[in-house]
Design a binder for this molecule. Sequence first.
Ligand SMILES: *Cc1c(COP(=O)(O)O)cnc(C)c1O
Ligand SMILES: [Zn+2]
Length: 373
Amino acid sequence: MNQLICSKCQAVYPLNEPIWRCRHCGSILDLQFTPVIDIVKIKHRRPTLWRYREAIPIELDENIVTFDEGFTSLLEVRFGGRPVWIKQDHLFPTGSYKDRGATVLISKMKELGIQHCVEDSSGNAGCAVAAYCAQAGIGCDIYVPDDTAPAKLAQIQLYGAGLKRIPGSREDTAAAVQLAAENQYYASHSWNPFFFQGTKTFAYEVCEQLGWQAPDTVILPVGNGTLLLGAQIGFAELHQAGIISKEPRLVAVQSEACAPLAQAWFQNLPEIPSIQKKDTMAEGIAIASPIRGHQIVEAVRCSSGEFITVSDGDIKASLVRLGKQGHYIEPTSAATTAGVEKYLAAHPREEMVVSVFTGSGLKATEKILSLWH
Ligand SMILES: *Cc1c(COP(=O)(O)O)cnc(C)c1O
Ligand SMILES: [Zn+2]
């Protein structure tokens, strides 16, 4: 049965209901969907994430909003001499992997006949939603914290979106958009389950690029967990379909300055603690109260994975090391690579490790320049 289901009260809704949270209890919705995966058919298709067409819950092809994104290369990068396979997701059309989620979510919105939406973001999700809305002819207002990087503000405006700069914290921005979402469709990358149906293609691509095999370990960033939870869905679907024989360990990386989930993990807390976050180079994953926090911790636990935290010193060092190898990524993305370095140091075993460059360095010119003064 393909449907939306409330994660708390189990209320169900058809996929064509234009809602982003449970109408009864207000909780997050998940999506139940049986994908069709025909690896012979897939092999002959064009190199975009829409090659997994029958695994993506959009009804009509004519509703697909796409820039031919995805199927990013899985590049071997050396960390202290050890090979790690890195998805080049900083090379997406809007400069981050958020395009995976946006292409599916905005396609669904077109299918639902939505004409206007709101979204909040520390920048990259806003850029992605704005670009796909532009192509779909859907109006959107993007709410961002006032101190969002100039490159992201420019990008959102050039796509023609309404830019709402909100003073205060990332949480103040979330509160402002939720007010607006009371009478507009909320194209939220953290709430809306269709976004995760796009980020799950990360797992499909990795497995296909490895000859339809799962890696041993996948190391991913976690703020709201949009990539990690999507990847978990993708690996689980491939496993259930009998295409891969095991699911990889999921290793979640948080910035020490804002690590509520790592704290819950290490202290074995039943609830996600409310924390006082500090400034960090990795502002893109500095989420103090991630709404899918429980799901993220569960996904890591069920995969026999673990949490890793990294300091701003670790992040800077990793950013600089990768730059010297010719990779230009944004500081938030270097939190993940710093996590890769920590993971490898703690696990000398031989295994296949996959990770990701999440965002382009071109998004963060000021921050990168500030490394030299
Ligand atoms: C969105 C994003 C992440 C991951 O963030 P989540 O909050 O876990 O979805 C990591 N790096 C970059 C560059 C991002 O834009
Ligand atoms: Zn409910």
